[in-house]
Design a protein around this ligand. Structure first.
Ligand SMILES: Nc1ncnc2c1ncn2[C@@H]1O[C@H](COP(=O)(O)OP(=O)(O)OP(=O)(O)O)[C@@H](O)[C@H]1O
Length: 598
C-alpha cells in the first residue's frame, strides 16, 4: 500500500516537473478514515485561476500601470525574457498605492543605477528586472519609503540593494567619527537570521563589486573580533542581525547617526514580538535619524494585514497627517496591533507595493497535503525519499528540505535518516554557528542532500536545487508555511512541497485550503472538510484572511470604514472585526466576502 502510494507520488512528481502542471493529491486510507468523521462538505470546484486583485474586475493587460487619482494602480506585467519567467503564466498582478507613485521600468537600461552597478547586473546574468524590481527600484531611487510585498524567490534582495548601492555611490563619502573606532555607515540592512544576513551580505558584495561601496556583515554566534576588524576597514552597508547590532551599538563601535537607508528584510518577522524590543531600540532609541530624514524600506513575501492597517490608522507620517483618527485604544504588547504600531513608527509617506505573482509564481510550487498520523510520519517520509531516490525524479543535484517543529525533533530525525542510509544534516537554534554554517554548506554542495530544519531556515534562504520541501511538522501559522515552501520554486524554477497534516494541524486547515486554492492547487476533499468544519465553529488561524501575497493598501479604503475603535474592541481574534466584516478579511471560499485583493 505504502509503496504504491510512494510510487504514485514519485510518478506525479516526474510528470509535474515535466509538464509544469499541478499534480493531484492522493488521499490515504488514514485520511479517508479520519475525514469521514469530519463534517462532510461538497468538494469545491476547481475554478480557473483569477489573480486575487483582479477578481470581480474586468481583466486588463495594459502596461504600464496607470496610477489612479488616489495614486493607486493595478496592472498585469509580463515577465519578459531574461527575468525569472513564472513558467506557464505570463500575467502578474501588481498593485501600487500612495502619493505620486513613480512609474515602473521595463529594463535595467531604463534605470540609472550607474555603470559599475550595471556591469555587476550583467555579471549576475540578470537580463531583465523581475516585477518587484521593476516597480520597487524606481520608487526607491525617487527617495520614497516603501512597504513591498512580493512572493518568495522573486528577487527582493536586489530590489533594495541596487538603489541603496546606487544612492551611496552618488552621496557623500562615508564618515567616521574623528579619533574614534566608531563607524557610521549610511545604510543598514536588518534580517532575522544569521544565515540570511550572511546571504544578503554576499549578494550586496556581488552587486557592489568595484563600486567603492563596502558591505560588512555582523551576526551573533560568530567571534565579534573578526567582525570588529572588518568594520574598522570601513563600512557603507552594514548587514546585521538585530542582537549583534545592539551589541555593537552598546560597545560604541557602530553609530547610526549617518543612516540614510534602512532596509528590513522579512519585515513582518522583524516587527513581530520576538524582535520588537531590539528593533525599537535600534530604530528609535539610538542615534538613527528619524523617519522622513532617512529612507525606510520594508520587504517581505507576507505582511499580515494588521501591519497594513497600522499604516492607515496611525497615519505613518503622511504629509497630510493621519488618514483617520483612531479612537483612544489600549495596545497590548502581545498583540499584532503592537506590530502595527511598530510599522507605523518607521515609515514616512510610504508607497505600498504588492506583487501577487512574480517571476517565480507560486503556482510553480506543486503543493501536496497528505494525511499522516504522528506515529506514521517517519515511514511516510522514508517512502517519499525512497521514491525520489529510485525514480531519480529530480536528477543528481536534487536537494530536499524537511521542516520540523522542534530542535530536538530535528536532531532525532537527522539521526534516524542517517541510520537508514539517507545522508542528512540539520540546522536549528541549538547548534553552534559553526555547525549551522557547515550544515548549510554540506547541504548546498550535495554532500548531505537532505537538510532537516526548524524555522531558522524558513525565510529568505536562496539555495539552488532545492526541489522538494517537506513539512514533516506543519507550522501553526500559514505565513510560516508560505515562507517554508518558498525555499523551492525560486527564480522561475519548479518545486514540490509536501505537507504531513493530521488532527494536530486542524487550525491550519482553512488558511491552508484557501492558500492552495488561491495558487491553483488541488485541495484534497478531506482537507476541504476539515476547513469547513473548522470555520463552522469559528476557528481561524491568526493570519487567515490576511494578505499573504501582498493584499492591498488599506489607506485606499479608509472611507469604507467607520473607525478604528471597533477593531480593537472586537476581541474575537484577528481574522474578525470590522475589516473582515466589510470584506477585507474574506478570501477564497466565502462568496459573501471579497478577497483582500479585490
Ligand atoms: N533580475 C533577475 N534576473 C534573474 N534572476 C534574478 C533576478 N533578480 C534576482 N534573481 C535571482 O532570483 C533568486 C531569488 O532572489 P531573492 O533571494 O532576492 O528572492 P526573495 O524575493 O528575497 O525571496 P524570499 O522571499 O524567499 O526572501 C536569486 O537566486 C537571485 O539571484
Amino acid at each position: 500500500m505504502r509503496t504504491s502510494w510512494a510510487d504514485s507520488v514519485a510518478n506525479a512528481e516526474s510528470s509535474a516537473f515535466a509538464t509544469g502542471a499541478s499534480a493531484s493529491t492522493t488521499d490515504t486510507t488514514a485520511a479517508n478514515a479520519t475525514a469521514a468523521a469530519v463534517v462532510s462538505a461538497p468538494r469545491p470546484p476547481r475554478a480557473a485561476y483569477v489573480p486575487p486583485h483582479l477578481r470581480n474586475r474586468a481583466a486588463s493587460s495594459e502596461l504600464p500601470a496607470t496610477p489612479s487619482a488616489d495614486g493607486s494602480s493595478a496592472a498585469k506585467l509580463a515577465p519578459g525574457p531574461g527575468a525569472p519567467s513564472g513558467g506557464s503564466r505570463s500575467d502578474i498582478p501588481v498593485e501600487t498605492s500612495g502619493d505620486n507613485v513613480p512609474p515602473p521600468v521595463s529594463t535595467f537600461a531604463d534605470i540609472d543605477l550607474g555603470d559599475a552597478v550595471n556591469e555587476n547586473i550583467r555579471r549576475c546574468k540578470y537580463v531583465k528586472p523581475t516585477p518587484v524590481q521593476r516597480h520597487a527600484i524606481p520608487i526607491l531611487l525617487a527617495g520614497r519609503d516603501l512597504m513591498a510585498c512580493a512572493q518568495t524567490g522573486s528577487g527582493k534582495t536586489a530590489a533594495f540593494c541596487f538603489p541603496i548601492i546606487s544612492g551611496i555611490m552618488r552621496g557623500p563619502p562615508s564618515q567616521r567619527q574623528r579619533g574614534s573606532k566608531t563607524v557610521c555607515p549610511p545604510a543598514l540592512i536588518l534580517s532575522p537570521t544569521r544565515e540570511l544576513s550572511i546571504q544578503i551580505h554576499e549578494e550586496a558584495r556581488k552587486f557592489s563589486y568595484q563600486t567603492g561601496v563596502r558591505a560588512v556583515v555582523a551576526y551573533g554566534g560568530a567571534p565579534i573580533n573578526q567582525q570588529l576588524r572588518d568594520l574598522e576597514r570601513g563600512v557603507d552597508i552594514l548587514v546585521a542581525t538585530p542582537g549583534r547590532l545592539v551589541d555593537l551599538l552598546e560597545r560604541a563601535r557602530v553609530s547610526l547617526q549617518n543612516i540614510r537607508y534602512l532596509a528590513l528584510d522579512e519585515a513582518d518577522r522583524m516587527l513581530d514580538m520576538g524582535f520588537e524590543p531590539q528593533i525599537r531600540r535600534i530604530v528609535e532609541q539610538m542615534d538613527m535619524p528619524p523617519r522622513g530624514e532617512r529612507q525606510t524600506m520594508l520587504f517581505s513575501a507576507t505582511f499580515p494585514r494588521e501591519i497594513q492597517i497600522a499604516a492607515m490608522l496611525f497615519g505613518i507620517g503622511n504629509d497630510d497627517g493621519p488618514l483617520m483618527s483612531p479612537e483612544p485604544v489600549t495596545v497590548l504588547p502581545c498583540s499584532p496591533l503592537y506590530e502595527m504600531r511598530l510599522a507605523s513608527d518607521f515609515l514616512f509617506n510610504y508607497i505600498f507595493l504588492a506583487v501577487g505573482r512574480v517571476g517565480s509564481s507560486t503556482e510553480l510550487i506543486v503543493q501536496r497535503v497528505e494525511f499522516v498520523l504522528e506515529p506514521d510520519k517517519r515511514s511516510y517520509l522514508m517512502d517519499l525519499l525512497h521514491a525520489q531516490k529510485v525514480n531519480g525524479a529530480y536528477g543528481k543535484q536534487a536537494l530536499t528540505l524537511v521542516f520540523v517543529e522542534t530542535k530536538k525533533g530535528a536532531d532525532s530525525l537527522e539521526h534516524w535518516l542517517s541510520m537508514h542510509g539517507f545522508p542528512a544534516t540539520s540546522i536549528h537554534g541549538d547548534r553552534t554557528q559553526q555547525e549551522r554554517e557547515r550544515a548549510l554548506r554540506s547541504f548546498k554542495n550535495g554532500a548531505t542532500p537532505i537538510l532537516v530544519a526548524t524555522d531558522v531556515a524558513a525565510r529568505g534562504l536562496d539555495i539552488p536545487h532545492v526541489s522538494h520541501v517537506i513539512n514533516f511538522d506543519l507550522p501553526n501559522d500559514i505565513d510560516d508555511y508560505v515562507h517554508r515552501i518558498g525555499r523551492t520554486g525560486r527564480a522561475g524554477k519548479s518545486g514540490l512541497a509536501t505537507a504531513f497534516f493530521n488532527e494536530n494541524n486542524s487550525s491550519l486547515a482553512r488558511p491552508l485550503a484557501e492558500l492552495m486554492q488561491e495558487s491553483s492547487q488541488e485541495v484534497p476533499d478531506w482537507l476541504s472538510r476539515y476547513a469547513t468544519a473548522r470555520s463552522s465553529y469559528g476557528g481561524r488561524n491568526r493570519r487567515s484572511g490576511g494578505a499573504r501575497f501582498g493584499g492591498r493598501d488599506f489607506r485606499r479604503d479608509s472611507s469604507a470604514r467607520s473607525g478604528g475603535g471597533e477593531y480593537y474592541g472586537g476581541g474575537n481574534g484577528y481574522g474578525g472585526g470590522p475589516y473582515a466584516a466589510s470584506g477585507y478579511g474574506g478570501g477564497y471560499g466565502n462568496p459573501g466576502l471579497t478577497s483582500a485583493w479585490d
